[in-house]
Design a protein around this ligand. Sequence first.
Ligand code: SF4
Length: 418
Amino acid sequence: MIQPLKAKSRENLGRIMNRYYEGSHAEAAKGKFVIWIAIIVPTELLKGFDVIVCAPESHSAMCAARKMSADQCEKAEMEGYSIDLCSYARIDLGTVFDQGRGSPTMGLPKPDLLISDNDNCSLLTKWFDVYHRELGVPHFMLDVPFCYKPQQEKDLQYLLSQFQDLIALLEDLTGRKFDIDRVRAAVGETNEAMKHWVRFLGLAAHRPSGNTAFDTFAHMAPYFTWMRGDPEVTAHYRMLADEAEAELAAGKYPVPNEKYRLLWDNIAPWHQLRKMSDRLAEMDANIVYSTYASSVGRIEDRLDLYEWDGSDPLRYLARIQNRGWCCYGMDLRYKALSEMIERFSIDGLVFASNRSCKVYSVMQMDLKRRLSRELGVATVMIDVDHADVRKYSEENAFLRLEALLEQLDGGKAALEAV
Ligand code: SF4
């Protein structure tokens, strides 16, 4: 079994997240302007207004982690939405169609504005368009250029011009003047929070690792709330990194007999966090790092913190629009993965082919071949759905994971099977 460490930070995480969901409903009930965003949309920019910000994707991840996703998905499917659509979308649509019933938070407070972007996927913009039609609220879409190579200046300028459009729209809808000083303060807090986050992720370099990727998945949550940019979130990440460092120094490891160090590529399997980590730990295997958790605090193929230089905060926010993994081209992904393999002494890569998130999964087969060929690293492909447990088979996944571990032990027959 995985060792349950970082107790103080876990408790604090629960407190922050409860405050977020309860606070959102309470503030909305008092008449505050509510915005639903795609998670990559820069929350800090919205702090320039007095608004509440909620992220349907985060709500869906929480439903999945609490094993409530299948029922919510079915509600959307009953309305004619295909089971092939992203499970995040189906969970949240199902929740909205059923007036919040079946959600641990009774869904999200009704929005006054929707802001999506397309740097993760275009499905997301269509998903938000459903709310635009069903709920009758405006929908602003940030058009983020795909990132085949590191972001170019013209793309950054294009984003900045859209930020100005968004600010003008918000001034119009809220009747308030944009306050850049509040944005600057929020970006300063985010920058500080990310220093601690990257310090925490870096503990995976130790043998045995100070982390499992499963810890890192859970603690991503506060970053994706409207509290990002608040001192409370910075304090959380400081506490997390400090606690993890202290436990590491005291010789406490999540998988004390760690023999196999694995890297995870794709979104967290929210419905399997405990089960998968425990079962791997029983085999002395630890997923020590992931592309998913590393999409916070850094950008493109750099593993180190992407730091704010203290200049224009909007420019920083435009630059980190290209931090998500989904919008990267093949070469960027390859470079980032190669660097992760080296820095974290990775023995094997787990490509989680995600039935929902095609855009995350689309290049995995090519990456798998290229990494095996050029770096000789062991790899495996397993089928998952990050939020719809009905599309995941634990036995099939572990058949392959066990074969990967056998391969690492030198079993050629297992290599063929993978
Ligand atoms: S398909 Fe992937 S990127 Fe798009 S909303 Fe779903 S999980 Fe997010």
